[in-house]
Design a protein around this ligand. Sequence first.
Ligand code: SF4
Length: 426
Amino acid sequence: MLDSVATCGDINRNVLCAAHPKQSAIHEQVFSYADKISELLKPKTRSYYEIWLDEQKIEERSEEDPLYQDRYLPRKFKIGIAIPPNNDVDVFANDIGLIAIIENDELTGFNIAIGGGLSTTHGNPDTYPRLASIIGFVDNEEGLLKTVYEILTIQRDFGNRSDRKLARLKYTIDTNGLDWFKEELEKRIGFKLGSPREYHFSERKDYYGWEQNHEGKWFYTVFVENGRVLDEGTTFLKTALLEVAKTGKANFRFTCNQNVILSDIEAKDKNDIAEILQQYNIISHTSGASLIRRNAMACVAFNTCPLALAEGQRYLPALITKIEPIISKYDLDDEDIIIRMTGCPNGCARPYIAEIGFVGTAYGKYNMMLGGDRSGQRLNKIYKNDLNESEILNELDMLLSSFKQTREQDEHFGDFVTRKKIVQQV
Ligand code: SF4
């Protein structure tokens, strides 16, 4: 039920929620909010129905659009909804991040975070990645929808329309101040936001393999390295997914970590699906990949993206193959270290909130970023600029050796480089 209306342009684009709405009863409930927000913020225009023939308009639809009016937003807009303890959607990377507050197994409302966004421009110090700031809590559906809607109207009315590089909500907030924004928002919604409620994110991942949900149905999360569906070597992922689709016994859900969930599988059908996965080596591919590989993510970059300066998805698997022996050398195979790579500073694979981020600067060269935390609540910082592959491997060898020898108990890599001041957090 994905729609393709307004997936691009200066409007609200995706409303991203935990990928499998039937993971639990709470997930189902939260997913319904994502649906409602998506509908609420879709442009009302039906101009794409207009039909032109021989330079004559023969069909016209026009409607008033109270949200976007005649001018849309200054820039694109993104919304994410996370269900703690898993921050799989990277909720703080969005213009609006909603954090579901669950108390005694019940959804009591949402913390509202605003002003996240990761895109930067090389050589333009006015641009920067920013994590969303939490400004309050709303405990009812009507209030939540109103709040989300009016955040967009403020951005519509006050966002920077003269410089597209500085037009995202994060800059509107930093230019005018968070207090100003909250005051303006409360004026528009007509009520005060509640105090933010406590929540705890402990992880940021997809749950690979088989899981059963509250309805007794099964789902299997398939590891799709960097989102590339292809038959390669002894792993026939493309064929396997096609064969699963042919059975009609599973639905397909894309996760925001580039994987696929085969969902809604009846208990009686589970063996049929498992046999297909087994036959095409998907189970060994999913469970056999190293943790560092399963946690890694790259954007499409070359040869698909015209903005790419360096490789992303086509290169990261090979780099990880060279990083894996270093990880093993220091006996760190059980560490869930998060590595992300993009071909340019737009940050589509969210490298600025990885423990180790690589941002392409030129063909074969990457800025190396370090110090993000495991659950996506701290930005990383630049460690070294313009490294080639052998420089990257040398740096990682040195850093992981030091991590192995001087880490504190259960300390994560991103926390370690921060504590050691290997990169400076501001
Ligand atoms: Fe393209 Fe990657 Fe840059 Fe995004 S981050 S614009 S996909 S090269």
